[in-house]
Design a protein around this ligand. Sequence first.
Ligand SMILES: *Cc1c(COP(=O)(O)O)cnc(C)c1O
Length: 389
Amino acid sequence: MRYKNITAMVADLNPDRPVVCLRPAELEAAAQKLVSLFPGDVLYAVKCNPLPGVLRALHRGGVRHFDTASLNEVELIRGMFGRGVTPYFNHPVKSRQAIKAAQEEHGLRHYVIDTEDELDKIEQVVGKDAIITVRLATAAGLALQHMSSKFGAPPAEGARLLRMASQRGYPVGIAFHVGSQCKDPEDYYRAIKLAAQVRDAAGVDIDILNVGGGFPAPYLGDDVPPIEEYVSTVIRAVEDFGFQGSRLQCEPGRALAVDGCSILTQVHLRKDRTLYINDGIFGTLPELVYLKLRVKLRSFRKGGAPVPGPLGDFTLYGPTCDPVDVMPGVWQLPEGIQEGDWVEIGQIGAYSTAITTSFNGFTTETIVDIDEPAFWNESEEPVRILATA
Ligand SMILES: *Cc1c(COP(=O)(O)O)cnc(C)c1O
């Protein structure tokens, strides 16, 4: 279903369950922008938001490479786009069956490793028809969510793996992930410097340099540099550290998906200054809790009248019986808000619908396309949408 704006959707559906409101035009524009800015391949990290509407819009925007961690993700991409796109197994841990099926049925050839065991596994399953990229652990920088605690080889081990893969006849690459919602472009500069040290220690030609994801979204209170600054920092590091001969790749999730959807929730009870809404940590809003993200809100009343009153502070509870199902901090909404009003939660395209559960029987199933632009990007501060810590 497709609507001009949220008001038209609410008038039509009168929804008492959360509605995922996709903004395909925003997704397409975000993809177009990064594809034209970045001097290499832009891989989309499918895990961030695998809704077909999201993937289609990013594809329309020019994305032809996809970071797929599981066989299901590979099948999703191949099923939607056929052979015109390239899937990558850029997760350092894969099952033998997934490796075999991805290669035999989908022609997948790109693999990331961070151990000798994974290299052996790939060699045993698919032989020599593979491109092996070694993932390095990077120092914890200014990312909200550090990823190198779980994945990535330390420098000496990274150099050993590169040498070993190269000696076994594979084209090799280097990858890293500086962490999600990375607030400092210099983290990429330092990581590329590390990649150069590892390359030089290994003494092998590097076919691919994959600078990972991590480009940040401009959440409320996160004063992050624009993506242009991240790309120019990567370009500067590539030149400073002599990676001009390598194929450059990035693989963002958040930066491409964040403006792609909002969630329309409904207030099911007001208890003084507490609102019980119908979505929460077990639905599409886990990152509001895990990463304490602050995002913009706006509210709607049935029939189209504005929710009355000046802004006041409210606590937002999710729908399940679990007491952890509460959004941290207080959120500003009109004082007159009451049962039956809707609250649209913006900037929630990344790591939202991808993670949702049906815990307690609460599900988020309705997905609509919305033509109007993302309200949270309007340059003038619109009324009644501010959330504060
Ligand atoms: C999750 C992930 C990404 C995307 O990270 P963002 O912070 O969303 O940009 C990229 N690459 C790998 C290997 C990932 O696991």
